[in-house]
Design a protein around this ligand. Structure first.
Ligand SMILES: Cc1cn([C@H]2C[C@H](O)[C@@H](COP(=O)(O)OP(=O)(O)O[C@H]3O[C@H](C)C(=O)[C@H](O)[C@H]3O)O2)c(=O)[nH]c1=O
Length: 178
């Protein structure tokens, strides 16, 4: 397993060791000992989420506020997504900056995002199965977000906006406030 910290401090791109043979592939999708050793993160995950989406679905940008902030370990079980995280840690040197990466069921890469980030993804294939571990429980009252096409964040989703499938809730998310 290769673990590399990306430009946004505290975020890690994880490339599992994939074992391929005539039957298909095998890889360890999570190993607490390796994860702790390679990231230095020891806070346990407490909730697993799965969403299944059509192609062109954009979920996000979401985050939970304050003590309910969630760190997430993100995987794509089937299909492909453009995954995006935005640094909202006001003390961070990369405050307001974002990172995007394609995660899919071929590269099997995973993205770890610490609390203090907004997160969203765009599905690039039909019936994409998205799975992520969270280190804090869902708290509806603490939910917040930023509109996906915020001018300041200037995220290139590289997908025709008119073809996006977005929830009414996400279409009403506020802009990024410095
Ligand atoms: C997130 C969540 C949602 N729900 C319920 C609330 C709604 O009735 C329903 C759908 O929720 P929502 O539309 O917020 O689902 P997503 O748009 O996939 O939200 C997620 O997608 C972005 C990309 C994320 O990173 C967040 O973890 C999360 O906000 O599931 C729960 O019961 N538990 C949960 O943990």
């Amino acid at each position: 397993m290769k673990v590399e910290e990306i430009s946004l401090k505290g975020c890690f791109l994880i490339s599992p060791s994939i074992f391929e043979d005539e039957r298909g592939v095998f890889f360890e999708s999570f190993n607490l000992g390796v994860f702790k050793k390679k990231t230095g993160i020891s806070k346990p995950f407490v909730q697993d989420n799965i969403s299944k989406s059509k192609k062109g679905v954009l979920r996000g940008l979401h985050f939970q506020k304050g003590i309910h902030a969630q760190s997430k370990l993100i995987s794509v079980l089937k299909g492909s997504v453009l995954d995006v995280c935005v640094d909202l840690r006001v003390e961070s040197a990369t405050y307001g900056e974002h990172f995007s990466v394609v995660l899919d069921d071929v590269n099997c890469k995973q993205l770890y995002i610490p609390g203090g980030f907004a997160h969203g993804f765009l599905t690039l294939e039909e019936n994409t199965l998205f799975s992520y571990k969270c280190d804090n429980f869902y708290n509806k009252e603490a939910e917040s977000g930023i509109i996906f096409n915020d001018d300041t964040l200037n995220i290139n989703w590289n997908f025709p906006e008119e073809n996006l499938i977005i929830s009414d809730k996400d279409r009403l998310l506020p802009t990024f406030k410095h």
